[in-house]
Design a protein around this ligand. Sequence first.
Ligand code: MD3
Ligand code: FE
Length: 216
Amino acid sequence: MAELLKDTNRPGVYIERIAEGAALLKGFAAVEAAALIAALDPIIAAAPFRHMLTPGGRRMSVAMTNCGGNGWITDRSGYRYTPFDPITQCPWPRMPAAVVNLAARAARAGGFPGFTPDACLINRYRPGAQLTLHQDKDERDFSAPIVSVSLGLSAVFLFGGLRRRDRPRRIHMDNGDVAVWGGTARLAYHGIAPLADGEHALTGHCRINLTLRKAS
Ligand code: MD3
Ligand code: FE
């Protein structure tokens, strides 16, 4: 409880309840943002960003890499988690303790104590990059929440319903914002609108998103 107060009782940090099971923690990682980006440097050096192919053969506009025991990939064979980077054949780089810790604290603040991610997908958006509406359903167990950390340029997050046709709400995600999605929100359709150009002191002309999941 004292830890939660330390995390959420800071100036500029507040919780927006988006839906049942979904919370937006505004500014939750603002203090750590620069350190998080620095911690990504060796990861990106070992497992470079790449534009993966969808099962249908289209090149994704978002560039991706992973750290942690499981990494999310897509290619002509489908969407899945693998313990190895298919480019280097090496295990994905370790997830930094600061990232695991941040995810656990955010999940607790969002109402999901005991979250231990084993997968961290790192998404890089340049202007124009987008993620069309989809569900995250490649994980074994949907009872664990998903935590996402926005770094750098702001984006418009599209939060839909449980059916693809449900009209999504547009939610602004800024540097240092952390979102927690669990319970009935866990299988909601969601996406990212095409990134607007801009410049951010920490990332330049891009947005980085960390998506923390329990895959297995
Ligand atoms: C809402 N990434 O990698 S994370 C993804 O900003 C992904 O890069 C986005 O969606 C990004 O799959 C958004 C936020 C997120 C993740 C999972 C969710 C929101 C979610 C699952 C259910 C509802
Ligand atoms: Fe997703």
